[in-house]
Design a protein around this ligand. Structure first.
Ligand SMILES: Cc1cc2nc3c(=O)[nH]c(=O)nc-3n(C[C@H](O)[C@H](O)[C@H](O)COP(=O)(O)O)c2cc1C
Length: 346
């Protein structure tokens, strides 16, 4: 099956089926309420920096799509919202457009509709374990005049796909070579199974500029592939490191920025992730659903999240994202047990 056809399947499944599984762990994270915030709600400053660029809030639209007419429209709607709000946007894997140049436009529309936004190119890290070279990464960056490139790690998804690329030997080396050769920052992201401390350290050593944990608790690609007949998808629907756990493991282990994606569904989730050590949070599935309706729907969803984040910051007595990162937080339940078992107690 061609790459663009598979990507279209993913969008249709995500728009029509239950594709979320597992728990992100944020339900176990409690921000301590401040009865005396000594902050003016409307003066809470949500602006922050993302790989050197000023953005309006610590939130980005995570990588999803491209490679088909339906995907073109979704990228356009996401990009219009990213431009309007001043937040970063990742496009989906650009592999299809490297294989068939006529598809490049379905990605380039992101730059046309968001001339000033921080745009993130996207390719699978496994492609650099022997097949692709620096040249393919440069073409993906050029295609959307990207400000950074994300290399996705998706071993679980590939293992649940009939046509999956399951030879991950040499992936870390491929990542290190790209970090060395490219002029733009390299973000490495998981796609729903999270990143543990040990791998985060290896990625930092390889030279990555940021790590997006892409944790368990939101979209499950094992589940998505199971709807396409992929085995053994269902059994692995809740496999992985929950997003909240992954943020603590990575942020305690590396100095590069850590982003939280995977099951971020509200501004309170964003506030919790930041208090646990994330620099910014990514959202995918809910925005795919809004983007299918139009750019106004994407804007409305993100403005609601922005308001929730502002109120959460206010209620913890935080005037800024920086102060929110130092907010009082307790971790309970299974997430605490997990962190204790791994030696990361907060
Ligand atoms: C329809 C869809 C397509 C996706 N395609 C990609 C992709 O091409 N590259 C990538 O790095 N991540 C991809 N992702 C993963 C997301 O970037 C994100 O890591 C994951 O969905 C978890 O976030 P969520 O729970 O908010 O959906 C995709 C997600 C969705 C929903």
């Amino acid at each position: 099956m061609s790459t663009d056809r598979r990507k279209l399947d993913h969008i249709r499944i995500c728009l029509s089926e239950e594709v979320e599984a597992g728990s992100s762990g944020f339900e176990d994270v409690v921000l301590i309420h401040s009865a005396l915030p000594e902050v003016d709600l409307e003066k809470v400053e949500l602006k922050t920096r993302f790989l050197g660029r000023r953005i309006s809030m610590p939130v980005f639209i995570a990588a999803m799509t491209g490679g088909h007419e339906e995907a073109r429209r979704i990228n356009e709607n996401l990009a219009l919202a990213a431009q309007e709000l001043g937040i970063p946007l990742g496009v989906g894997s650009q592999r299809a457009a490297l294989e068939d140049k006529s598809l490049a436009e379905t990605f380039a529309v992101a730059r046309e509709s968001a001339p000033e936004a921080f745009l993130i190119a996207n390719l699978g890290a496994v492609q650099f374990a022997g097949g692709y070279t620096v040249r393919e990464a440069e073409r993906a960056i050029e295609m959307i005049q990207a400000d950074a490139i994300a290399l996705h790690l998706n071993a679980l998804q590939e293992a649940c796909q009939r046509e999956g690329d399951t030879n991950f030997e040499g992936v870390l080396n491929g990542i290190a070579e790209l970090c060395d050769a490219l002029d733009v920052p390299v973000i490495v992201k998981e796609t729903g199974a999270g990143i543990a401390a040990e791998e985060a350290r290896q990625l930092q050593e390889a030279g990555v500029s940021a790590i997006d944990v892409g944790g368990l608790g939101g979209t499950s690609f094992a589940l998505v592939e199971s709807y396409r007949g992929g085995e053994p998808g269902r059994c692995f629907a809740a496999w992985g490191v929950p997003t909240a756990v992954s943020v603590v493991e990575c942020a305690s282990s590396v100095d590069v920025p850590v982003y939280a994606t995977g099951g971020i569904r509200s501004g309170v989730d964003v506030a919790k992730a930041i208090a646990l050590g994330a620099s910014a949070c990514g959202v995918a599935l809910p925005l795919l659903r809004e983007a299918a309706r139009g750019s106004e729907a994407v804007l409305t969803w993100l403005r609601r999240l922005e308001r929730e984040l502002r109120v959460a910051a206010f209620l913890t007595g935080s005037r800024s994202v920086e102060e929110l990162s130092r907010a009082r937080v307790v971790v309970l339940g299974r997430t605490r047990e997990w962190l204790e078992a791994r030696g990361f107690v907060r």
